[in-house]
Design a protein around this ligand. Structure first.
Ligand SMILES: Nc1ncnc2c1ncn2[C@@H]1O[C@H](COP(=O)(O)OP(=O)(O)OP(=O)(O)O)[C@@H](O)[C@H]1O
Ligand SMILES: [Mg+2]
Length: 383
């Protein structure tokens, strides 16, 4: 029986961070806790994005996994074995940066071959592997050029090739595409994802780009102040952020004070500004009763806007457009909502979506089934 149980046991995750902390001590008096009791796992072949505000400890985390930094405490395991004491050369977990970090005096071929030559492989084997990777990443014809003779996109692909040619089981990316223009960014993002799937590599990818954070991974880790505050599949995280901080960071939510008028087993009757809404209890992260105050997060994409023609219906109110910004795929409006302002994203569906100018009265339609409600005990500072 015990043998059977052993076989049934789930394989160890590919990467496991176990209560990892990192304190920088730039001087005797000065301590910076960059990573704080951080724990998470990544499965083999999984693509995970790591997001969070500037300074929350993302790069520090990647550097500890790559082996460039030693944790102050905690343990890092790969396939169940601790790698905390190993140097970067023993880990084979390459990291791709924003600034590519190519060797300027070497050709594309030499840059890509560098890691293989360091392993003393015969030249024929090196040439073969470099040729293969150049084929895969559309770099054929650039092999004899130097980095300063390449476009940004090509330089980024060389940086990727240089890491991939070592056939790593895991790769780390630290905002690799932020230097590229938006079109190239989308293209390179697809290339990274394709290579990752083709080669079955486990990836941890730091990005500031919300679209990137949501569109490429199997799972997102949201970090704040040195630790993970929520993790989940992109859609789940976007629709149901667990805290106001995540709602703000992932979906740019609007926040309003709500007041509980009454509460039943299934629903909460809520007032926001002058309006009343019925919201399912399962949209609320905490238990609430009548007379409680709440924080209500409303996604700018979940508010309808239509011309005001004299009447308002259910879950609707009138607002005056304060500002309007056309950003191609949508209009970004700020509209009066009671004595506050609400941000509304109105998709620019082709075929005649009306643009509302400043000062225009509009009908705002709310969808309470999309609201996220948070208890007042939540640390406001977290937002
Ligand atoms: N070498 C260092 N010495 C001292 N403090 C450092 C060092 N590197 C980073 N820090 C501090 O540690 C904290 C975390 O830094 P880190 O670079 O990991 O943040 P990050 O999440 O990558 O931020 P960003 O999104 O801006 O790149 C910050 O407060 C930073 O100032
Ligand atoms: Mg960083």
């Amino acid at each position: 029986m015990s043998e059977f149980k052993k076989d049934e046991k789930r394989a160890a995750p590919f990467l496991e961070m176990k209560k990892v902390s990192k304190i920088y001590t730039p001087s005797r008096q000065h301590h910076i806790k960059a990573v704080n009791d951080l724990s998470f796992t990544i499965d083999k072949g999984e693509f995970v994005t790591l997001v969070g505000p500037s300074g929350c400890g993302k790069s520090t985390t990647l550097r500890m996994i790559a082996g460039f930094l030693r944790p102050t405490s905690g343990d890092i395991l790969i396939e169940g074995k601790s790698i905390t004491a190993l140097g970067p050369e023993m880990r084979n977990i390459p990291m791709v940066f924003q600034n590519y970090a190519l060797f300027p005096h070497m050709t594309v071929f030499e840059n890509i071959a560098y890691g293989l030559e360091a392993k003393n492989l015969p030249f024929d084997a090196v040439a073969h592997d470099v040729a293969m990777i150049c084929q895969m990443l559309n770099l054929v014809g650039t092999e004899t050029r130097h980095p300063n003779e390449l476009s940004d996109g090509q330089q980024q692909r060389v940086a990727l090739a240089r890491a991939l040619v070592l056939k790593p089981k895991m790769m780390l990316f630290d905002e690799p595409l932020s230097n590229l223009d938006p079109r190239l960014r989308i293209q390179t993002r697809f290339e990274i994802k394709r290579m990752q799937q083709l080669l079955g590599i486990t990836v941890l990818y730091v990005t500031h780009d919300q679209a990137e954070a949501l569109s490429i991974p199997d799972r997102i880790l949201v970090m704040n102040r040195g630790t993970i505050v929520q993790e989940g599949r992109p859609r789940a995280l976007y629709d149901r952020p667990g805290t106001p901080f995540v709602a703000d960071f992932i979906s740019n939510a609007n926040f309003f004070d709500g007041f509980v008028l009454s509460a039943s087993a299934e629903t909460i009757q809520l007032s926001i500004q002058e309006m009343e809404f019925t919201v399912s209890r399962n949209r609320c992260s905490t238990f609430v009763e009548q007379d409680d105050s709440l924080l209500v997060a409303i996604n700018p994409i979940s508010v309808g806007m239509s011309p005001f023609e004299g009447e308002c219906g259910f879950n609707q109110c009138v607002g005056i457009v304060r500002s309007s910004l056309f950003v191609g795929q949508s209009f970004e409006y700020r509209v009066n909502f009671g004595d506050e302002t609400i941000r509304v994203l109105h998709p620019n569906l082709l075929g005649g979506v009306r643009e509302f100018e400043e000062g225009t009265p509009v009908i705002l339609t709310f969808y309470p089934e999309s609201f996220n409600l948070y208890g007042r005990e939540v640390d406001h500072h977290e937002r």
